[in-house]
Write a protein that binds this ligand. Structure first.
Ligand code: NAI
Ligand code: MG
Length: 324
């Protein structure tokens, strides 16, 4: 039986780059694609950015490929991450030959806690002068993330870094750090604890010191965007929201209203997200083929204008298909 993949192009360039990635998936596998809708244009028509039907489809599918939503991004993507019970956000930041990067030697992956921390939503306005936020950290979510990280680095003998600020947030990050390190020890995986602020400096000066970085939610959000700056270009960064039973894959970029509709969006981030989807579903060889094809096209062209070229989304997609 072929896997069911829900496809949500969303708004703006999502409508251009998601079909490109679907073409690539069709070229390497036999999947049941189910198209679903969400985003600003749906809200304009119905008053709701995320139809219940889309939520249900995502919750039931084997995997989802999502493009981007505009102003309604938070109303769409946050519930969709919940729909797959995503406890980890996987964000590779890798510089590619042929692409201008501040740090061309960068090749690392962030494994970001995706359910709690300061994004758990316990914010209050207590007076005209005072607002507060409660930071949520559980041992269970930290352990679940660490178990994933241990698998990700290949189990026993593997190694990853943990970014934290347990010297200041002793209770919350202290709990996070202890749970992650203890879980790693149980799995025979080595860890290096790094203060997250110092990490920001070190990763800029020498990103080769790091390979797999496990982070609390907010730190992972900020530090992975920082690393994105090192590798040059939002059009290149894929991501995965992994849950226990299914997962949702999306480029890091948004709807790019400045170029939407022109047919010049870089499809690489979404095609690389599709490669992560293949890998997640166990199609390792197909994922590798797609990654290599994208790498070859980034190195030799054609390139879209964001990378200094003059090719269209279609040209780049056709070149990737050819390299497959
Ligand atoms: P953006 O990522 O859409 O665009 C930032 C800049 O990068 C623009 O100049 C854009 O042209 C360029 N860019 C992004 N992706 C590209 C690609 N594939 N090819 C070539 N150039 C690309 O971020 P921005 O401008 O902050 O947000 C625009 C809209 O997208 C907003 O409404 C925001 O809410 C939404 N957004 C949605 C996200 C999501 O659905 N996950 C994530 C980020 C933003
Ligand atoms: Mg962010």
């Amino acid at each position: 039986m072929s896997e069911e993949i829900v496809v949500i192009p969303g708004d703006g360039i999502g409508q251009e780059v998601v079909p490109a990635a679907v073409e690539v998936l069709e070229a390497v596998g036999d999947f049941d694609f189910v198209e679903a809708d969400a985003g600003d244009h749906v809200k304009a028509e119905t008053g709701e950015a995320l139809p219940d039907e889309t939520y249900e489809l995502v919750a039931d599918a084997d995997a989802t490929l999502f493009g981007a939503a505009g102003e309604t991004a938070a109303d769409v993507i946050l519930p969709l991450r919940t729909a797959v019970d995503s406890f980890v956000n996987v964000r590779p930041a890798k510089a590619y030959p042929g692409v201008d990067a501040l740090r061309p030697e960068t090749d690392l992956v962030f494994l970001r806690e995706n359910t709690e921390g300061v994004y758990a939503g316990h914010e209050d306005r207590l007076s005209d002068d005072l607002s507060t936020l409660t930071r949520v950290v559980t041992t269970s979510a930290s352990e679940r993330l660490a178990e994933f990280a241990c698998d990700y680095v290949g189990g026993e003998g593997g190694h990853f870094q943990v970014a934290h600020k347990a010297n200041v947030m002793r209770e919350t990050d202290g709990r996070f750090l202890d749970a992650v390190v203890e879980t790693a020890e149980k799995n025979g995986v080595e860890t290096d604890a790094v203060l997250m602020d110092a990490f920001a400096t070190h990763v800029c000066l020498d990103p080769t010191q790091f390979d797999t970085v496990v982070c609390p939610n907010l730190a992972g959000d900020v530090l992975s965007d920082l690393a994105a700056g090192l590798v040059g270009g939002l059009g290149l960064l894929p991501s995965a929201n992994i849950g226990p039973d299914n997962a949702l894959f999306e480029p890091v970029h948004g709807t790019a209203p400045d170029i939407a509709g022109e047919g010049i969006a870089n499809p690489a981030a979404t095609i690389l997200s599709a490669a992560m989807l293949l890998d997640h579903l166990g199609y390792d060889e197909e994922a590798e083929r797609v990654n290599s094809a994208v790498e070859a096209v980034l190195a030799d062209g054609p390139r879209t204008p964001d990378l200094g070229g003059d090719a269209s989304t279609e040209d780049v997609t056709a070149a990737v298909l050819e390299h497959l």
